[in-house]
Design a protein around this ligand. Sequence first.
Ligand code: SF4
Ligand code: SF4
Length: 141
Amino acid sequence: MFTVNKTECQGCGVCMEHCLRGAIDVIDGTAHIDHDLCNDCGTCMEVCPCDAITRAAPVVAPPREIVLPRPAQPVQTGRLAAAGATLVAVGAQALPHVLDLLNAYLARRVAVRQPQGLPISGGAGIHRRRRMRQGRRNRRM
Ligand code: SF4
Ligand code: SF4
């Protein structure tokens, strides 16, 4: 950003003639720079015979306040851990009973499927061979 030192400026208009942006007007014997049109090329400062134009330090905006996000609420792990421990304890007590029930159920199924002590597996072929052997025995008698 360039500024005009009003006490040094003689109002000669040299800067205005050289400004390609048309950003300078001489009003009442003093140069004025329209900073909306100025592109900071620096030509006016170079051509001024009075050294009345200087480069001003850029205006630095104050740092904005940085708002950090709030930390997440801590998870209430105490309740979750207690609930998990309760479930484990209940499961450990119930497991033997569940296994007993399962054994009893399987024993009943075995008893239903082999009323004469026949093996469960083997398919219809085994029964057919047994019937054939029994038939041969009956014929021999
Ligand atoms: S710096 Fe360049 S654009 Fe700005 S007033 Fe001077 S001559 Fe014009
Ligand atoms: S050239 Fe320098 S003295 Fe002449 S009008 Fe521009 S600023 Fe003022």
